[in-house]
Design a protein around this ligand. Structure first.
Ligand SMILES: [Zn+2]
Length: 398
């Protein structure tokens, strides 16, 4: 029988939460589970900070979450998913003052628990992450090594794709899991429509004999903003596109826009507003302190950044050019804003706001397969247009 190892770490995020616990019982109002290649996440909606304890028991291997002085009013979510590490969840009153949640697991995990303060989308939450010790990943070591070599070499003027290697495009569907992204008036969630569009873009890329897509998020789970660019690098990505469908207060605002990174001031008020909103994703998504981005690049990063910024703008222009053929655009030039996912030093990156989910007509469009296909065609054509001028040109000259 395989031995299952469990490592526990608890961060006391939101310092002082132990002191903030009042004598009145806390209500556990809802419970959700999200599963990703990294592992499983359990989220408890509570009406106030709680005192909790996480520990493990063997035979069968299980993680126990004791929540002190609480009433359990939630429905237990199904742990079934292709990515789940959970076999079974049961709950019960352990003693007069303790509610116990027992999670039977299938494989070795590192359990990490933390609390999150209320934000615009959720109230107080207790989050328990069960992360695989060996994440399910199709990141190839070869790609990693090549990426490392790329990082340590001098910045290049154009993308040079070595013969017999495909151009790797990282496709990032915004938000996911705990973070629904923007919400339409009729309940359409940004995280769902952008995943649908991202999948369509990826399948178009994969049909090209010289291109390969890698999905940064493969299902309905949250990936931290720093993690998204890190994953792209691990996959050896040559290009990065992040797909969104946002909302602004004014419902009449509509049309798509394409963003490239800028460390200067955002070009427009809407760019500023959207950047602030997108960058707040980690708060809604529930990223723990342990997930903070560790920057590895240093000096090389600064050197590469200038070239990458320049390429990002050219890449963004090619995508915008194609987007203009299929529907209204909000800005006919490339907007610049400080989006956290556009900070790869070595990968030309763009963020595409496909449409405004806050606009009633565009919300309807975003849900339709026809519109999703049209947008995916345009994004793909833009990628292809850029690749023809840069990467494939180099290839043809070889
Ligand atoms: Zn978004």
């Amino acid at each position: 029988m395989k031995r299952i190892k469990i490592i526990i770490s608890i961060c006391l995020l939101l310092s002082g939460h132990l002191f903030a616990v009042s004598s009145q019982a806390a209500d556990i109002k809802a419970m959700r589970s999200w599963h990703s290649p990294e592992g499983s996440r359990l989220v408890f909606d509570v009406d106030k900070p709680v005192a909790y304890k996480v520990f493990t028991l063997a035979n069968p291997a299980r993680v126990v979450v004791d929540i002190k002085n609480s009433r359990f009013l939630a429905k237990i979510p199904s742990p079934k998913s292709e990515f789940s590490v959970i076999r079974y969840i049961r709950t019960g009153q352990y003693d007069k003052s303790t509610y116990r949640v027992v999670i039977e697991i299938n494989e070795s995990v590192k359990a990490n628990a933390f609390q999150l303060a209320p934000n615009s989308k959720y109230g107080q939450r207790l989050v328990v992450d069960l992360n695989r010790l060996k994440p399910k990943s199709n990141v190839q070591t070869a790609a990693k090594q090549e990426q490392r070599a790329k990082l340590s070499s001098a910045p290049k003027k154009t993308l040079a794709i070595p013969y017999k290697r495909k151009l790797i495009v990282a496709v990032d569907a915004g938000h996911g899991g705990e973070d629904p992204g923007a919400l339409g008036k009729n309940g359409t969630r940004e995280k769902d429509v952008v995943l649908a569009i991202a999948k369509k873009v990826a399948s178009r890329i994969n049909r090209h004999p010289q291109m390969q897509a890698v999905m940064i998020r493969k299902g309905d789970y949250y990936v931290g903003l720093g993690k998204r660019t890190r994953l792209a690098r691990d996959y050896g990505a040559d290009l990065f596109i992040s797909i969104h469908a946002d909302a602004v207060k004014r419902r009449s605002v509509k049309g798509s826009s394409v963003y490239a990174l800028s460390d200067k001031r955002a070009t427009s008020e809407i760019a500023k507003w959207l950047a602030a909103k997108e960058n707040a994703s980690d708060l809604a998504g529930g990223v723990s302190i342990a997930d903070k981005d560790d920057d590895v690049a240093g000096v090389i990063m600064d050197l590469m950044m200038d070239n990458t910024k320049h390429e990002s703008i050219l890449f963004a222009k090619d995508i915008l050019h194609e987007m203009m053929q299929v529907g209204p655009v909000l800005h006919t030039s490339i907007e610049r804003a400080s989006f956290a996912v556009l900070k790869s030093p070595d990968i030309p990156s763009v963020l595409i706001e496909t449409a405004f989910i806050s606009n009633p007509q565009e919300e309807k469009n975003l849900k339709s397969k026809k519109f999703q296909n049209r947008i995916a065609d345009a994004i793909y054509s833009g990628i292809n247009r850029y690749a023809q001028r840069t990467a494939f040109k180099t290839l043809a000259n070889n």
